[in-house]
Design a binder for this molecule. Structure first.
Ligand code: 9GP
Length: 801
């Protein structure tokens, strides 16, 4: 299919869509109108490659990947698409003809925040890489009407507001009103002989919305298919006619609740049933959809694994095991054993956390009431597991159903052909801890695929200055072959190159400083070190340790203001799950510390603290290229991988971090002399648990002790001296993440960083080497690993007809 516009005719396309899709003239068009027109024009360019990719996959009946994820944290789509199609200059020029700024137009787009953090953003990077590499794939998820909440601060306290990304037209998707599946809940199982049939009491419909996802230079384009819940029965006319209007609308409202909001991660007991329904809703719709597609070309469902690889992104879609078995056996007539084997050879599971509270476990009663047939099947799967366990003679006793709960990690593991962790350390710990029993029974099943990030968004898109320098120096191939960045490594010793590299960093810092001045009414100097910690607020990520170190540094400056300080601006960014009280308390403390430091004339420009509200993908795109120092300071053994750490290193920030998650591999790649590692290792953390007393560590650290005393006596909350007691109370009672134990090592490492930053040449060299040696952390490399080791799928891009 031919592109509908001549090359270079973006102007014509934008003007056409402004009139015909948006219904405006250039004189009356708002920024949003221009954005909608540009989005339409750009989307048009995706159609030909999209159809071509789909047709080629069908024609060749090729194996496809189905990536099932509760979260796709896409961020803005327009700028990314413009970048992937290399249309930036054309778009800028076309808009400029109307006196419209390209930057204003792309910044007008709300983030598609259909995710909480790393897991959802990883899914988005994977979509990009699968398209870049020409791997036929569908992303399957939920089209939440409201993504992750918007965060603001009220006197330092986090306030949550509903997010509204679909308020304007969402021009990237195609509504598929014909693509509908029934999703059942509740009811009973009717058994006739060996046959079982589930008769649900409630049914909602899942309707598809498709978004084309173009890879680099649109070499290949895949589909993100998101499901929206619709009522089976639009409207109840009887109650309406009786004047009972609320009751008449109730069924529709209830059905639509399923795709209304993204649940915050790490959250609470509340809404458990709804969460389980959401999980089943999108998993079942996706499986029905992919089976329908498979059956258009194939008759024997036992051949499913030859054409289909399903990846379960964490346990959220783990109900895929029993649901696929149900569809294959109850609906399509396979025996249980055939259905189990087929499902197991098709399914794969990625584990993203070892934190016990994030490993899903559903109450058996809840599971039985919402999914009665699945509960039966889970028990049969558990029997299969029991048989394998007995045969293995390992002496271990892993079970899926234990103490009246269904352990979804064990279920996902049992139903999968391959199970992977997301960094080398995390995968080792999976084998040693949560999955140690299962690993003994199935020693071949666990493997590692260290995470990665897409260089298109996280360097080419967000750091145009560095992009241009790289293009000029090593050509453009690095965009789709990131390890070519190594070619700039020798230039780390070239003063002229270093100067240009750091001038770009300085521009990025200036841009951020301007933004802070304009949006937060705070002046910061781009000459100071920009030290950034951005991620979800969680105790294990230890923003509290960073806050304490910030306060301690302020104390030291106050004592000796005339000493030779390395000026710093500390940035914090991130949201706490609304029900996570301890994390919200930490946010308030950080904001209070910031207030105290930023208004202290003695400290002045030596230290400033910035906590922009509503951290999201778009903010990350501005912060990361401006960072000198990347804070990756989780308790060793707790951060499965991290991906922010990779984005920072790629953009020439130096890491201060623990030997946790992918930091270990970053250290291996960039070299131990180009990273500041401190603190206990995972093994040392384990050893220190025995007899751990927080107060002992505080007593041994005068620097920490002083800060703790300040917090206790209300130094940061004058007028409300007890405000931060809950933070201290928790720390003293249960410093599970060992803030106190690692504090001094962190303080010392920060002082080494001060010295390092003061030596401009040496720092610039480290910064260049971080970029040069981070190419391995491309999500293209990760996806190639999945394709080869897990999915058994080849690239179709570039393959001749
Ligand atoms: O916490 C992990 C993070 O370390 C990892 O980088 C990311 C992607 O693999 O997943 C996060 N896990 C979750 O968000 C929930 O399990």
């Amino acid at each position: 299919m031919k592109d509908i516009y001549e090359p270079g005719s973006l102007t014509q396309a934008i003007d056409f869509h402004l009139a015909h899709s948006v219904g405006k003239t250039p004189d009356t068009a708002s920024t949003t109108d221009w954005r909608l027109a540009l989005s339409r024009a750009v989307r048009d360019k995706l159609i030909a490659p999209w159809f071509e990719a789909t047709n080629r996959t069908y024609a060749k009946d090729r194996k496809r990947v189905y990536y099932l994820s509760m979260e796709f944290l896409l961020g803005r789509i327009l700028e990314d698409a413009v970048n992937n199609l290399e249309l930036e200059d054309d778009a800028r020029e076309a808009l400029a003809k109307h006196g419209v700024s390209f930057a204003d137009v792309v910044n007008d787009e709300p983030d598609a925040a259909l995710g909480n953090g790393g897991l959802g953003r990883l899914a988005a990077c994977f979509l990009d890489s699968m398209s870049c590499l020409g791997i036929p794939a569908y992303g399957y998820g939920i089209r939440y009407a409201h993504g992750l909440f918007r965060q603001s601060f009220d006197q330092g306290k986090q306030v949550e507001m509903a997010e509204d990304w679909l308020r304007h037209q969402h021009n990237w998707e195609f509504e598929r009103s014909e693509c509908l599946y029934d999703i059942g809940f509740g009811g009973e199982v009717i058994e006739t002989g060996a046959q079982a049939k589930w008769s649900p009491s409630d049914i909602v419909m899942a309707q598809a919305y498709d978004t084309p996802v173009a890879g680099w230079q649109a070499r290949w384009t895949n589909t993100l298919r998101l499901w929206s819940a619709k009522p089976k029965k639009i409207f109840d006319l009887d109650p309406f006619n009786r004047g009972e209007y609320m009751q008449a609308a109730a069924p529709a409202v209830l059905a639509e609740t399923i795709s209304r909001v993204l649940y915050p991660d790490d959250s609470t007991e509340t809404g458990k049933a709804l969460r389980l329904k959401q999980e089943f809703f999108f998993t079942s719709a996706s499986l029905q959809d992919l089976l329908r597609r498979f059956l258009t070309h194939n008759g024997d469902l036992r051949a499913l694994p030859t054409k289909v690889a399903i990846q379960m992104n964490d346990t959220h879609p783990a109900i895929a095991g029993p649901e696929l078995i149900r569809l294959l056996s109850d609906v399509h007539g396979l025996s249980f054993d055939d259905a189990f084997d087929t499902a197991q050879n098709t399914l794969h599971y990625t584990n993203h956390t070892l934190l016990p509270e994030a490993l899903e476990a559903w109450d058996v009663g809840l599971m039985r009431s919402i999914l009665p047939r699945h509960m039966q099947l889970i028990e049969r799967i558990d029997d299969r597991l029991g048989r394998d366990v007995a045969m293995s003679k390992t002496g271990v006793t892993p079970r899926i159903v234990e103490n009246n709960v269904v352990n979804m990690g064990t279920l996902a593991f049992t139903c999968s052909r391959r199970v992977n962790g997301v960094s080398a350390l995390h995968t080792d710990l999976m084998k040693q801890t949560v999955f140690s029993d299962l690993h003994k029974v199935y020693p071949e099943r666990i493997l590692n695929q260290t995470n990665g990030v897409t260089p298109r968004r996280w360097l080419h898109g967000c750091n145009p200055g560095l992009r241009d320098l790289l293009n000029e120096t090593i050509g453009t191939e690095w965009v789709s072959d990131l390890e070519q960045l190594e070619n700039i490594a020798p230039l780390a010793d070239d003063p002229a190159f270093r100067k240009r590299f750091m001038a770009i960093k300085q521009d990025n810092k200036r841009r951020l400083a301007d933004w802070v001045a304009e949006n937060m009414n705070l002046q910061i100097s781009p000459d100071a070190m920009f030290d950034i910690q951005i991620k979800r607020i969680h105790e294990y990520k230890r923003q509290l340790m960073n806050a304490f170190e910030t306060a301690a540094l302020a104390n030291a400056i106050r004592r000796e203001p005339d000493a030779d300080w390395t000026p710093r601006v500390k940035f914090f960014g991130g949201k706490a799950a609304p029900a996570y009280v301890d994390a919200k308390n930490i946010i308030r403390l950080i904001n209070d510390i910031a207030q105290s430091i930023n208004t202290d004339p003695v400290i002045g420009d030596r230290l400033k603290v910035v906590y922009p509200p509503n951290y999201n993908v778009s903010l990350a795109e501005m912060l990361i290229p401006a960072a000198d120092l990347s804070e990756q300071i989780s308790t060793a053994g707790k951060e499965a991988s991290g991906t922010g750490n990779m984005k920072f290193a790629l953009n020439g920030a130096v890491t201060i971090g623990t030997l946790d998650g992918a930091n270990v591999e970053i250290c291996d790649h960039v070299g131990a002399t180009n990273i500041y590692i401190f603190g206990m290792t995972a093994a040392e953390v384990q050893a220190a648990r025995e007899g751990y007393v927080t107060q002992d560590y505080i007593d041994r650290s005068p620097i920490l002790n002083e800060v703790i005393e300040q917090v206790r006596t209300g130094f940061y909350s004058p007028g409300d001296p007890t405000r931060h007691w809950p933070v201290l109370e928790k720390l003293l009672r249960d410093d599970y993440f060992m803030v106190a134990a690692d504090f001094d090592a962190y303080w010392d490492a920060q002082r080494r960083v001060d010295g390092g930053f003061a030596n401009k040449d040496a720092w610039a060299r480290m910064a260049v080497l971080n970029t040069a040696l981070s190419g391995w952390f491309s999500s293209d490399r990760t996806i190639q690993g999945y394709a080869k080791d897990i999915w058994g799928i080849d690239s179709l891009a570039g393959e001749t007809e």
